[in-house]
Design a protein around this ligand. Sequence first.
Ligand SMILES: Nc1ncnc2c1ncn2[C@@H]1O[C@H](COP(=O)(O)OP(=O)(O)OP(=O)(O)O)[C@@H](O)[C@H]1O
Length: 400
Amino acid sequence: MADVRIDVALAPRHLQVTLDVPDGQVVAVLGPNGAGKSTLLALLSGTLAPTAGSVAIGGRDVTGLPAHRRRVALLSQDALLFPHLSVLDNVAFAPRAAGVRRAHSEERAREWLEAVDAGQFADRRPGQLSGGQAQRVAIARALAADPEVLLLDEPFAALDVAVAPQLRALLRRVLAGRTALVVTHDLVDVVTLADRAVVLEAGRVVEDRPVRELVESPRSRFAAHLAGRVLLEGTLAGELDADAGGEVHRGDAVVIATALGPVAGLWQDDTAAGPGATALALVDPAAVSLHREAPHGSPRNCWPVEVAGMEPLGGQLRVIAHGVGSYGAVAQGPAGGVAPTVTAVRDGVSRGEAYVPEGGRSVRLAADITPAAAADLAVAPGRRLWFVVKAQQVRVYAGH
Ligand SMILES: Nc1ncnc2c1ncn2[C@@H]1O[C@H](COP(=O)(O)OP(=O)(O)OP(=O)(O)O)[C@@H](O)[C@H]1O
């Protein structure tokens, strides 16, 4: 068994993490810069000691053990091979250091080099390898040490985008059945390599869920951005078609008060909640349409926005925009309060009640549209348009 149990604090870096990884599971570790991802790996590998708590691997308490006695291999974005040793000697280094006889350790090193399709580089020096080749060798070296746990810190970050897919396929093979933690900023790594995803923010775990759930219904801003969604944080006002006050249940059309103003969506959480509860609305940019004027009709969210920029996305364009205060003929809406904001959404903007409070100016929204639609609407930075999404297509969850 090579399960990992980590329950540590590192006071100077404000990190406090509890995490159990069962034997054979690959966990993606995600989070913004400075969240503590690398620090967590360092606490596991033994290059940093916690100020409190413990680390156990395969049921052994390794908290007091030095890095080389933990049976943990760390692979970082730079291959960090010994420049003065041949590739073969680099890979044979760990078994040699563990007391395996030269002939045997070289044999093992050759096997691992073959396994990562790098057998032909055995006699080269690291300086004669490309970045992708060096990273293959680094993987072989890590595996030759026969680790119980593999830690990968942005393993493709320093590589050409052209080589990353091959290496990813290799890592997928290598990671099958192993206990591993992979720090990454790349959604492709998350979905292709990991079973489960943990999101760190400011040294704390804010999400810990199966990868599929995380990409389908992210609950943290970081995961939403990674999954290409927009996450709006707010407070539950109540049901869309009822007077505010009662509890809402899964499938109910609800309204939440956000920095963008009232947002209507479907409550998708299994837990019931009442007005005032923290709520998260998830918007898929593919469900957002752009209009010159706010349309009428069924319950829709209509947000006046100013276009910030555009990015190509497959055959489409992703339009990035920010909420703006009311403009044109739209009157300023109420400054707050539950009931008026519900009315604003239910009755639509045709009555001139759509508005974005001051804070909405910093809310980043995205809409995926065709290049033809972009041309028709003359989408360009600075242009003011309406982002429109049906309430049915906004999923709302309980926040933390
Ligand atoms: N060597 C160090 N000495 C002191 N503090 C550090 C050191 N390295 C990181 N920190 C601090 O610890 C916190 C966590 O940093 P860490 O590098 O673990 O984050 P990260 O999530 O890996 O970020 P990134 O994605 O930028 O690599 C940050 O506040 C950072 O400033």
